[in-house]
Design a protein around this ligand. Structure first.
Ligand code: PMT
Length: 399
């Protein structure tokens, strides 16, 4: 059976001597059933021609971010969305450095930043460059962001040196890419995700709620599902269509969400609490609509149970527990406080005072904290941010 059947692969080729293996790599990926679109950096064109890659891939080759003709055929964002996997082979030290710093100064790095798909790199460089601490730091950073590293191999290099830094041989590389089964890195896992706001009734017609649209939580559900997990989304009231192939449990109040989430949590591999849960509910919900008598009125509130803290406190069958922190100031301080207090494995913090991100926007930026680490996910669409977050959680699960 073909290991890459129906997979869309954007093959990024950067400018190292191993770029000459590009046509062979395309042929082997296609043999495994993949549809391959090649993106070349400027320096890669010194080693391999667009024409030969176009011939073997049977697709146009893209090499320029600012090419109106190419953008008409398939724009760079479309290409980024089309990909099930972005494979960068060879990945030079320079390209690795650019990726690690979130740069987007050419077509390949722009696609890497814009794609919700997993990214795999096959490093290729001189052994001294490989061992250089800058390169190693960049690779560590990429790994923390969920970028998959394939190789390098050790052996004689084009420059005559011997050591680590050769790109994996094409058959080995294609086998490893096939083994990634890009959309199934979470296969066999059950993810339970809370999303959206809760509504705390005051009387039969009024409630207390917040600005959560559910977009962030739904995007995480979709990304986890795409990565092969069985997903159950416990959702407060939203206007969003349920993500395809996810089980959805609709709830209204924090108490409903607590009950549903806790009963699902013991079957979960990962629990992600993205919902904006009301911290308090009305002590006594009026049975009838409250009439307007006085100039002022008081409502007594009592604390709701903390869903994610109760999940993380499970003694048996505790899932890997990921919380969110929506903050308007001292983001790191408050996020780390919640990480510790709620006994979470990770917390994803967003600064909801910044316009264009957080509540109800299409984009977000997060910093993911663990006890000893922090990883920034820069501002991008919630779809992209969710894909990166899911990769980060998947990497943490492995360690
Ligand atoms: O829905 P969107 O419009 O896309 O917006 C996304 C978002 C801003 C809502 C999302 O990114 C986010 O930050 N979600 C968490 C919001 C929140 O309630 O944060 P918090 O700092 O108040 O709560 C900390 C954590 O405890 C959260 O994981 C929350 O789900 C959880 N919690 C809070 C209270 C409670 N009673 N039970 C909980 O589980």
């Amino acid at each position: 059976m073909q290991s890459l059947q129906n997979k869309n692969i954007v093959l990024g080729i950067s400018g190292g001597i191993a770029a000459y293996k590009g046509p062979e790599l395309v042929r082997r990926l296609k043999e495994q059933g993949a549809d391959v679109r090649v993106v070349l950096t400027d320096s890669a064109k010194e080693f391999v021609t667009p024409l030969s890659l176009q011939a073997v891939s049977a697709n146009p080759v893209s090499d320029n971010l600012l090419d109106p003709q190419a953008e008409l055929a398939m724009g760079h964002i479309e290409l980024a969305k089309w990909a099930d996997l972005v494979l960068i082979a060879p990945a030079t030290a320079n390209t690795i450095a650019k990726l690690a710093h979130g740069m987007a100064d050419d077509l390949l790095t722009t696609i890497a930043l814009a794609t919700p798909a997993p990214i795999a790199i096959a490093p290729a460089m001189n052994q001294q460059m490989w061992h250089n601490s800058f390169t190693q730091e960049n690779l560590n950073k990429l790994a923390q962001h969920g970028v998959i590293q394939l190789g390098p191999a050790s052996g004689e290099q084009a420059c005559g040196d011997i050591g680590l830094g050769r790109m994996l041989d094409v058959p080995e590389l294609v086998e490893q890419v096939g083994g990634l089964s890009t959309d199934e890195i979470l296969s066999g896992q059950h993810w339970v995700i809370t999303a959206g706001p809760t509504r705390e009734a005051i009387d039969p017609v009024r409630y207390i709620s917040n600005h959560s649209s559910g977009k962030m939580g739904y995007a995480i559900a979709q990304a986890a599902q795409k990565a092969g997990a069985k997903v159950t989304l416990v959702s407060g009231p939203t206007n969003l269509a349920p993500p395809s192939q996810c089980d959805i449990v609709n709830v209204s109040s924090a108490a409903d969400m607590h009950q549903q989430a806790l009963s699902l949590a013991t079957t979960a591999t990962v629990f992600v609490a993205c919902a904006a849960v009301a911290d308090y509910r009305v002590a006594q919900v009026a049975e009838q609509k409250i009439k307007k008598h006085e100039d002022a009125m008081q409502i007594n509130l009592v604390k709701n149970p903390d869903i994610v803290a109760d999940v993380a406190a499970l003694k048996a069958q505790r899932p890997f527990s990921v919380g969110f922190a929506a903050e308007t100031q001292d983001v790191e301080h408050y996020a780390r406080g919640k990480l510790a207090k709620k006994n979470l494995d990770l917390i994803a913090a967003n600064d909801v005072a910044v316009s264009g991100q957080g509540f109800n926007s299409s984009d977000n930026a997060l910093t993911v904290y663990s006890a000893d680490q922090s990883i920034d996910i820069p501002l991008a669409s919630k779809t992209q941010v969710a894909a990166t977050l899911v990769n980060i959680i998947a990497e943490k699960l492995k360690s």
